[in-house]
Design a protein around this ligand. Structure first.
Ligand code: BDR
Ligand code: CA
Length: 307
């Protein structure tokens, strides 16, 4: 039996962030030391409210700290595929929440929680909070054992632009800063692998009728339709796959790379730029997921979401 991992979950819920939360909580293998929110799929007010609504629905008590309301340098942008409220406009969830969030913001919360001994972060939104936490106290942040990031498109097409994935495109400066400056073991889970784990309508109907199962079914509809409109057979389980790696590293095959992120550019903002010229002698700064055991992960997701 693998060890229980204590993590900070930095996210922008977001339908698939919510699915990642369900996966973590139902896995029995992850303990949430805290949830930090960031502007991304929807505004930070909405992502924070959504984290509260999800915990209310699931009846759980996990500290929530509100994070950055805008990227480091560029203007905020949001993703319509998650609906107006960011959680597929589900009627199952409470419309609002009176839950109190932490007084301190996400950056302070992250630094303090790492200092207190939590050594893993799973980040499934734009990397603004993570970059700010490293800028605030890199000595503490460099104690992390692992930073797992959903983001980027390395050798696959982007989903916002030809080469750019949403989280990296939304805050390219934070993504580049974290990849280049955070001297901790990092794992990147890009579109290259997340587009290989598609939750189809048939998969959805196999999910059981537990409280979590009903939540999954009620938030995924619009998201699935959005992806169907762009020609995919199902909705990619982007953020759940990053969480899946945290639970069981054997779901993914990793390749060390030296990666930078384009921070400007008319067509390339947020694009991943691997340095592969051997004579440059660059040491890898991240391990990138290049392969995934899709079938096993999808089965695990359906089983765990049904609990
Ligand atoms: C990423 O962008 C967001 O819309 C999803 O939540 C995921 O984190 C995929 O590109
Ligand atoms: Ca996300």
């Amino acid at each position: 039996m693998p060890d229980l991992r204590r993590i900070i979950f930095d996210c922008d819920p977001g339908v698939d962030d919510a699915l990642a939360l369900v996966l973590a909580l139902n896995s029995g293998l992850v303990e949430m030391a805290g949830i930090t929110t960031v502007s991304g799929n929807v505004s930070v007010s909405k992502t924070t409210r959504n984290a509260c609504r999800l915990l209310d629905y699931l009846g759980l008590d996990v500290p929530i700290a509100r994070g950055a309301g805008r990227p480091l340098k560029v203007k905020p942008r949001h993703a319509s595929v998650h609906g107006t409220d960011g959680l597929g406009d589900s009627r199952l969830l409470p419309a609002d929440s009176s839950r109190k969030v932490e007084r301190e913001g996400a950056t302070d919360f992250i630094v303090r929680t790492v200092e207190s001994g939590v050594r893993t972060i799973v980040a499934t939104g734009p990397l603004t909070n993570i970059a700010l936490a490293f800028q605030e106290d890199c000595n503490v942040m460099n104690r992390l054992d692992e930073l797992i990031i959903m983001g980027g498109a390395v050798r696959a097409p982007g989903n916002v632009d030809s080469l750019s994935e949403f989280n990296f495109h939304s805050d390219p400066d934070a993504a580049d800063y974290v990849l280049q400056s955070a001297s901790v073991p990092k794992v990147l889970v890009p579109l290259d692998v997340t587009h290989k784990v598609l939750l189809t309508p048939a998969d959805l109907s196999e999910i059981g009728d537990s409280r979590s199962g009903r939540l999954v079914k009620s938030i995924v509809g619009r998201y699935q339709k959005g992806y169907a409109d762009s020609g995919l057979a199902g909705s990619p389980l982007h953020d759940p796959l990053a969480m899946g790696f945290c639970i069981d590293a054997t779901f993914l095959k990793l390749q060390p790379m030296y990666l930078r992120v384009e921070t400007s550019g008319a067509y390339t903002r947020g694009a991943c730029v691997p340095e592969e010229r051997p004579w440059m002698h660059k040491r890898a700064n991240v391990r990138v997921a290049t392969g995934v055991d899709s079938r096993r992960f999808l089965e695990y997701f359906k089983k765990t979401a049904s609990r």
